[in-house]
Design a protein around this ligand. Structure first.
Ligand code: FCB
Length: 464
């Protein structure tokens, strides 16, 4: 199954700072928008917060030891902006830098290659108080932060991701309001869509200037839109808009310096007022790899009575027309399991954006609730099936010519699943949130054996 993965293919696990670190008051860390959002009644299931999370801030050495034991080759983590710059200004908190230095050095000492994400959603609250991603000033703030991080860690971190899922940042955070900062404002969401794209463009330039040896990517969430009835022109138009909305916006931006025309026209003035002369030139930028976060395909069905037609502005917010016929079964998130979609998506990306020379699957995984049984084993057979099927799909895409070089399982361990709190478990390692005990699940063992058989396959090849 894994024989067609290239010899230099990298197998990793992923997490993000707010979801695992805890220690939110420790060592001068400033308040992030997720601290504020989580503390707001009604925003997160059971009112749960990331205050403790997996206490990775204190347990990172044990976590890294476990990664090593599993044979993990690379670890994708994120840097909490408010640990380095608690007020989102230029005042550094050295203890924050020290933490990531310790983390990075420990990874390297264990033979694990670090991959750092700069923005995985924990914006300093002070910046949100000035509008956050809806305020153009954030672009420069982000560039300064990105440059400082590369200056401090770029000698040891070869791969960098500017933004994780800018669609979620902009639309879940500023339009639907289901993620921090919980704003519901179309203008702000469109502004954020532009400012995140601009932030990637300008930060990538600044980062490369500081350290020309690093590789820079961005990690959008991507999907395929499957239309129930392709003979229905309204559904096809909606599917085209959704594709632009989720898949093409940031990727077209950095590859072509353009936003997809159908959606830019659709936004019209609402977008144009944010796009200043020269912006699109700044947005087009050399990007060394595309990170893809893939969980499932999306389904566009016939409108429900409550869905407004497009002529009445029904696309705002984009209707959740997943009432088509998504195939069962679903994961614990209610997401359909569509491994072939990952193959199709990767092949599509390689055809539609041939300038992208390297793809990393920066997140892929499934939520299931299983915990330790009476023997202490975690038999997460459905997650095993999910991961195996998706890795196989990656292998097929590579055979079809997609330049995929990395696969990161989401997630290394159970963690704080944003508005879902701790109830949704994505880890290949189980976490007991009372005792903080880590227990590798069956999926961790299977993933580990995939990594090992890949390495030994290539050892055999190179010796013969
Ligand atoms: C993605 C996020 C990640 C995690 C997974 C399940 O949208 O990037 O932090 O929550 O979903």
């Amino acid at each position: 199954m894994i024989n067609n993965f290239p010899a230099d293919f990298t197998w990793g696990v992923a997490t993000s700072s707010y979801q695992i670190e805890g220690a939110t008051n420790k060592d001068g860390r400033g308040v992030s928008i997720w601290d504020t959002f989580a503390a707001t009644p009604g925003k997160v299931v059971n009112g749960e917060t990331g205050d403790m999370a997996c206490d990775h801030y204190h347990l990172f050495k044990e976590d890294i030891a476990l990664m090593r034991k599993l044979g993990v080759q690379s670890y994708r983590f994120s840097i909490a902006w408010p640990r380095l710059f608690p007020q989102g200004d230029k005042v550094r908190e050295q203890r924050g830098f020290d933490f990531y230095n310790r983390l990075i050095d420990e990874l390297i000492a264990n033979g694990i290659e670090p991959m750092a994400t700069l923005y995985h959603w924990d914006l300093p609250q002070t910046l949100q108080d000035r509008g956050g991603w809806a305020n153009r000033e954030i672009v420069n703030e982000f560039v300064d932060y990105a440059a400082s991080a590369v200056e401090a860690f770029g000698d040891r971190v070869p791969n960098w991701i500017t933004l994780n899922e800018p669609w979620c940042v902009s639309w879940l955070g500023y339009m639907l309001g289901v993620h921090a900062p919980g704003v519901q404002n179309l203008d702000h969401a469109i502004a954020a869509s532009h400012h995140t794209a601009l932030a990637h463009g300008l930060a990538a330039r600044a980062m490369r200037k500081i350290n020309p040896n690093i590789k820079i990517g961005i990690a959008p969430n991507m999907t395929n839109y499957r239309v129930d009835d392709p003979s229905n022109p309204e559904l096809m138009e909606l599917s085209g808009l959704m594709d632009s909305h989720i898949n093409r916006w940031w990727v077209d931006a950095f590859t072509h310096g353009e936003y997809p025309k159908n959606l830019a026209d659709f936004y019209g003035e609402k977008l144009q007022k944010y796009v200043l002369p020269g912006d699109m030139d700044s947005i087009k930028v050399q990007t060394d790899f595309l990170g893809i976060n893939y969980y499932s395909d999306s389904f566009i069905g016939t409108p429900r009575p409550e869905d407004k037609p497009m002529s009445e502005g029904g696309l705002f917010p984009f209707p959740q027309r997943s009432n088509g016929t998504p195939p069962e079964p679903y994961t614990d998130m209610g997401w359909p399991i569509t491994p072939n979609g990952l193959r199709d998506l990767l092949v599509r990306v390689s055809k539609d954006w041939p300038s992208i020379s390297e793809i990393a699957i920066t997140e892929n995984g499934a939520a299931y609730p299983e915990g330790p049984d009476e023997n202490g084993d975690v038999q997460d057979t459905r997650r095993v099936a999910y991961i195996e099927a998706h890795i196989e799909a990656v292998g097929q895409a590579i055979a079809d010519g997609a330049p995929v070089k990395r696969y990161y399982a989401w997630s290394f361990m159970d963690n704080y699943e944003w508005a879902e709190g701790y109830a949704k478990r994505f880890g290949i390692v189980h976490v007991d949130f009372d005792t903080m005990k880590r227990t590798p699940k069956e999926s961790a063992k299977v993933f580990s054996s995939i990594i090992h058989s890949h390495s030994s396959f290539w050892e055999t090849v190179s010796q013969s």
